[in-house]
Write a protein that binds this ligand. Structure first.
Ligand code: SF4
Ligand code: SF4
Length: 496
């Protein structure tokens, strides 16, 4: 199945012994000119790359104040060392958050601090060499920008920001990652990560309408480009065809139907994901975010709702208003943007949906908090809503729910291992090894409570788990969408 060994699930938790360079060989495919240039980057490593990289670093230090603070303030206390799922799974010390930071910090010190210029060896400063650049390419693509380390760092140092900056420097000298940059290009050109044109989307949605009619006897609509709808739903394109994502999309449609809310998808903004954030590029993130604004204006909608996607919600919640706002043309009575879980939860609170929990009795469920939702966003109007709201929806949809151990959920959740632009086959070893802590936690509730399925609200988590769970002896269909549970349980036609 693979040319690497899948880690053994052990007594949880176990902090491994280190193995220097254990995954130094792991590198994603590089983007060539056809993917680099449309994003404004050189097509290959430029001649004067060293100077350009150092200058770019200086530009980013001036632009993002947090970056310099993070690079200056680490006291090497070690609190983060065993907190990264990639370190726990690979045992490579460069995957300890502080180790990863030091790859950039050492170069920062050499060129941007007095001590580093005068006494480089004394302050751990080093030259930017070709070897260093290669190391950056490898290890900054072994970070899913999940921010778990920052929760445990007494200074709140956010390695995700450092990884984003490193990737931006790499792109600026012509060393970009194929997976992310190709996808950004597709969204710019066609509207979604998968390059699905409007006729393919229309076909898929028509197919869903027929499927739901056959299953339920009810005419639930899955509309595309319908002007004047109340809600524009922005959802990850994986929802259109991948399993279990599409079952979630079926659920959103049933919720809108039952609530009597008119809605539409957009073929122009047919993607919630925004990989511009993964490569640390403000310009590319903004360009993708603006498509959503344009679609909302064009369709004349009143509300903006996001489907189940972790990093898309991070971008939407944290940046959409500043990058693509103001959204003063939308209905001010609703949050801008709103998460589909907030919408469903609100309807449940108001008694507007009837759910038959027994429809999910064939499953015993747990819930994986997606890192971007957990640590880079919120939901609802109470602190911690991003943890309680999805759980309340699950509990309203099923009779058997069990949380995984407390130090693996909520704010402390482990990343699935495929986030941050790592969901590509060329990084399968890193993905499988990075999933180890989540698989260990899952095993625990499987053994203790007979859990059979894990629910999630992130397209990347769902794709990642469907792929890596079999490496650990689970089945790929043990991962489900939260709105798939709602879809199974919702009683159509029983309006309150
Ligand atoms: S942000 Fe996440 S993936 Fe990156 S170093 Fe921290 S814990 Fe690891
Ligand atoms: S926890 Fe923070 S201060 Fe301590 S070593 Fe890690 S990054 Fe540095």
């Amino acid at each position: 199945m693979a040319d690497f060994e899948t880690p053994q699930i052990r007594e949880y938790p176990v902090i491994p012994l280190i193995h220097q360079g254990a995954t130094g060989h792991a590198k994603p495919y590089k983007a060539d000119g056809k993917f680099q240039e449309p994003l404004g980057y050189p097509g290959e490593l430029i001649e004067n790359w060293q100077q350009v990289a150092i200058d770019k670093m200086g530009e980013l230090l001036g632009k993002y104040r947090g970056l310099q603070v993070f690079l200056d303030s680490c006291v090497k206390c070690g609190a983060c060392t065993d907190k990264c799922h990639y370190f726990l799974g690979t045992t490579d010390p460069n995957n300890m958050p502080v180790g990863r930071q030091d790859l950039l910090r050492s170069v920062y010190r050499r060129y941007y601090t007095l001590g580093g210029k005068l006494f480089p060896k004394l302050v751990g400063a080093r030259e930017l060499t070709r070897e260093t650049l290669d190391e950056w390419y490898s290890y900054f693509h072994q970070c899913s920008q999940c921010r778990r380390c920052s929760v445990y760092c007494p200074y709140g140092i956010d390695t995700a920001e450092i990884s984003m900056a490193a990737r931006e420097v790499l792109d600026s000298v012509g060393v970009g990652q194929k997976y992310c940059n190709e996808i950004i290009g597709k969204v710019n050109k066609i509207g979604n990560n998968l390059g699905l044109p409007e006729p393919a989307l229309a076909d898929t949605l028509q197919g869903l309408e027929e499927e739901v009619k056959e299953d339920t006897g009810v005419d639930v609509r899955y509309p595309l480009d319908e002007k004047g709808a109340e809600v524009l739903l922005i959802t990850p394109s994986a929802d259109f065809f991948a399993e279990p994502h599409v079952d979630g999309l079926i659920g959103y449609g049933k919720v809108f139907h039952q609530a009597g809310v008119s809605w539409t998808l957009s073929s122009y903004a047919s993607e919630a994901a925004n990989f511009g954030m993964f490569i640390g590029s403000y310009e590319n993130t903004r360009k993708l975010a603006l498509r959503i604004r344009e679609a909302a204006l064009d369709l004349g909608v009143k509300r903006l709702v996001f489907g189940e996607c972790g990093h898309a919600w991070r971008v939407a919640y944290s940046f959409l208003n500043t990058m693509a706002g103001p959204f003063d043309f939308l209905d001010p009575r609703y949050p801008v943007p709103q998460h589909i879980c907030e919408l469903t939860y609100d309807l449940l609170q108001r008694g507007a949906l009837t759910l038959d929990k027994s429809a999910n009795d064939h499953m015993r469920l747990t819930y994986h908090d997606s890192c971007n939702v957990a640590r880079a966003s919120r939901m609802g109007d109470k602190p911690g809503g991003q943890f309680t709201i999805p759980r309340e929806i699950i509990k309203a949809s099923c009779n058997h729910f069990y949380d995984m151990p407390p130090d693996t959920i909520g704010e402390a959740t482990f990343c699935c291992g495929g986030g941050g632009g790592l969901l590509t086959d060329d990084l399968m070893e890193i993905r499988v090894k990075g999933a180890l802590p989540r698989m260990e936690a899952l095993k625990e509730v499987v053994e203790e409570h007979g859990v059979t399925h894990m629910a999630a609200i992130c397209a990347i988590c769902k794709s990642q788990f469907a792929k890596v769970m079999p490496y650990y002896g689970f089945a790929m269909d043990q991962i489900v969408s939260v709105h798939q549970l709602v879809s199974n349980a919702i009683v159509l036609g029983a309006k309150q």
